[in-house]
Design a protein around this ligand. Structure first.
Ligand SMILES: *Cc1c(COP(=O)(O)O)cnc(C)c1O
Length: 220
């Protein structure tokens, strides 16, 4: 199947309220163009430099879609990230939030990344630390919290990801119930190619497929 057909199939399959963010790391601009022509509205990129090159190569077309940063943001890349992206999905510390707030000139939409698998090598706030962090981040003027994001462990069997999605959804509902000013809980970003269906069953409103749209990656 072509990239366009892959996108149309998944768009037809998932409920209308679920946003599809195409994870485009390591892909070519031509591949990305096919997807934009197929009608995708949201692009996710892990790497600042790749995003910069893609946006440059796409020219005006780059503005037809929203750009989501889904990688690990280093402090020295904040200014570039603010320039290139509409949403930062991977805000994982109060310190990073303060650094972004200081540099931003307009309000940046963010998601709080949760390390639902509690994996020491993974980024994201532990579920038990999230509420306190959100209370500290929410008042920052140039950040607007829109929801939560999680990777979940990348197990072979998609069912194994379910408990992590469930836990993140529980946290999402809990934070929503607190009605913290500056912390909307509208977006729950979870589910990649292998377990997006389960993520949606567990309450995801935004999935991030890569492989499913483009085929296997050569690296990363
Ligand atoms: C690579 C990546 C994806 C897409 O993964 P696939 O398995 O190719 O669907 C989604 N989200 C993040 C944060 C990623 O790094």
């Amino acid at each position: 199947m072509t990239i366009k057909e892959n996108y149309q199939q998944i768009r037809a399959e998932v409920p209308d309220h679920v946003t599809i963010v195409a994870a485009v790391k390591t892909r070519t601009t031509d591949e990305l163009k096919m997807l934009i022509d197929a009608g995708i509205a949201d692009i996710g990129e892990n790497y600042i430099q790749e995003a910069e090159e893609m946006r440059k190569a796409l020219g005006d077309e780059a503005r037809r879609v929203r750009w989501h940063f889904i990688g690990h943001l280093q402090t020295n890349k904040i200014n570039k990230a603010l320039e290139l992206f509409d949403v930062i999905q991977t805000l994982d510390s109060v310190k990073l939030a303060r650094a972004i707030d200081k540099r931003a000139e307009t309000v940046m939409s963010i998601l709080i990344e949760i390390n639902s698998g509690r994996e020491p090598q993974k980024t994201g706030l532990l579920p038990e630390d999230a509420e306190q962090a959100i209370r500290e981040i929410a008042p920052l003027e140039n950040l607007s919290i829109k929801g939560l994001m999680t990777m979940g462990p990348r197990f072979g069997n998609p069912e194994d990801a379910r408990p992590y999605f469930k836990e993140t959804k529980k946290l999402f509902d809990h934070i929503a119930s607190l009605n913290i000013p500056g912390a909307e809980m509208d977006v729950l970003s979870m589910g990649m190619s292998n377990a997006y269906g389960i993520a949606i069953e567990e309450g995801s409103t935004l999935i991030r497929p890569g492989t499913l749209l483009f085929g296997e990656r050569m690296s990363c």
